[in-house]
Write a protein that binds this ligand. Structure first.
Ligand SMILES: Cc1ncc(COP(=O)(O)O)c(C=O)c1O
Length: 454
């Protein structure tokens, strides 16, 4: 049914994300089990997007429900102006997982975790005698969140377009996008020009003005950009040489998504700050965290009148129920070896996609790590011209018609959102993975015939 203003009854009251409401009929998801979700009218879908790339342990985990109920009964809320056992236990557990950044500021989302990181590095430099170090450098195609600071660090012109002016002091450099090397190189060779781009920019701006670099270990929403293995270490070394703090955004890549508990742990780097959200509680509760090194934490110590404390309150940050659920979620990820599962299922998925799609002309590139996989579609392999947003929408529609929910790059760059993305729950079975390969292969052949008849 459609109302007077063109919206459907499903969308009249709810302002949906990233979506034109007119004529839109969203799926109404009522429940989930494992990697599957079910609509109110009884249809079943394989959720190859794990909600929004966050339900890492899959749906229907009663253990998490019980952890929430127990905590809710004992203490439904208390802010971290004081403390409570759930946050203490979660902090301790995260500290074991991230011994180099063992101090945690809790919030509710990835955007807030990144905002917090930017504020912490700026205040850190003010308190350590370098007050002019304020700029934050990120990369093209990166996504760091929806709030104005995090959006200012986001390197996606289409996402930023209508919200300018954004915050000053945020700068983007080249992404490690090997399939379309921004430097026109046809094979990756160290030292990488895209890593050196950080150094050139730091020198250009003046090292005494740059506070931090922020990177996703694998650019997720920007199109699953997997850098060469030693790229991140080069970026970290450049940051260290110029006394620039390295913030690693693990909002998508954390908690087993790419085959390690945290993706940066697979690359020989020591971050100053790590941000996380999504997989921290597998989306069962909203929670984010900003983890900082001892060195940064200590710069905030001082007597009560020193003014060196972090001047930020977050009402729900470290919410007891969210913290209890996060802790139980980490138990599941570790007990069931889900990082390893993600690594092996991801390798299998990549291999099978490669085989199934090798002769399909519109498949330009297939890439990923663990269960974060992207398929880049082009009009032909020679020109590498990205397929249109319409083609991507047709493919997503085909997948939905065949009962699979997939993600895709959306509103990244004009005419360059041509990457289909899979980030299913880490418990994906062989059979579900095969179904995914089979359906996407048919879907891509289907849209290929559309492209070729245009
Ligand atoms: C890499 C990355 N950082 C930050 C965010 C923002 O997280 P949230 O939507 O929880 O604010 C996202 C969200 O998708 C993300 O992909």
């Amino acid at each position: 049914m459609t109302s007077d203003n063109g919206t459907s009854t499903e969308t009249q009251y709810i302002w949906h994300h990233l979506t034109q409401h007119q004529g839109y009929h969203p799926l109404i998801i009522e429940r989930g089990e494992g990697a599957m979700v079910y609509t109110a009218d009884g249809r079943e879908f394989l959720d190859a997007a794990a909600g929004l790339w966050c339900v890492n342990v899959g749906y229907g985990r009663t253990e998490l429900v019980e952890a929430a109920m127990k905590q809710m009964a004992a203490l439904p809320f208390y802010p971290l102006v004081q403390s409570h056992p759930a946050a203490i236990a979660l902090g301790e557990r995260l500290g074991e997982l991230l011994p180099k950044v063992p101090h945690f500021y809790f919030s509710n989302s990835g955007s807030e975790a990144n905002e917090t990181a930017f504020k912490i590095v700026r205040q850190y430099f003010k308190q350590t005698g370098k007050p002019s170090k304020v700029k934050i450098i990120s990369r093209h195609r990166a996504y760091h969140g929806s709030t104005l600071g995090a959006l200012s660090a986001t390197g996606q012109p289409e996402r930023r377009r209508d919200y300018e002016p954004l915050a000053p002091g945020f700068i983007q450099v080249s992404a490690p996008y090997c399939y379309r090397c921004p430097f026109g190189l046809d094979h990756a060779q160290a030292p990488y020009q895209c890593a050196l781009d950080f150094e050139r920019r730091i020198q250009m701006e003046g090292p005494d003005t740059v506070a931090a670099i922020i990177v996703e270990p694998i650019t997720a929403g920007g199109g699953v950009l997997v850098a060469p293995d030693d790229y991140l270490a080069q970026v970290a070394e450049i940051a260290r040489r110029y006394d620039v703090k390295l913030i690693i955004d693990e909002v998508v890549t954390g908690f087993g998504r790419t085959g390690d508990m945290f993706a940066h742990q697979g690359y020989d780097v020591t971050p100053d700050i790590v941000t996380m959200a999504k997989g921290l509680a597998s989306g069962y509760m909203p929670i984010g965290a900003t983890a900082v090194s001892d060195e940064i934490f200590k710069a905030f110590l001082g007597d009560i009148d020193s003014g060196r404390h972090f001047r930020q309150v977050n009402t729900y940050g470290g919410h007891p129920v969210a913290a209890a659920v996060a802790l139980a979620n980490i138990d599941i990820i570790e007990r069931e070896n889900l990082s390893q599962q993600s690594r092996s299922q991801g390798a299998r998925l990549l291999r099978n996609l490669g085989q199934a799609l090798s002769d399909v002309e519109v498949v330009g590139d297939i890439r990923g790590r663990g269960l974060l996989v992207g398929i880049e579609l082009v009009e032909d392999r020679q020109s590498k011209k990205p397929v249109s947003n319409n083609v991507m929408r047709a493919l997503a529609r085909y997948m939905l018609e065949n009962h699979i929910i997939a993600g895709k790059a959306t509103d990244v760059e004009a005419h360059h959102n041509n990457i289909l993305i899979f980030a299913p729950p880490l418990i994906l079975s062989d059979e579900q993975s095969d179904r995914l390969v089979d359906t996407v292969t048919r879907g891509i052949r289907h849209v290929q015939s559309q492209i070729q008849t245009v």
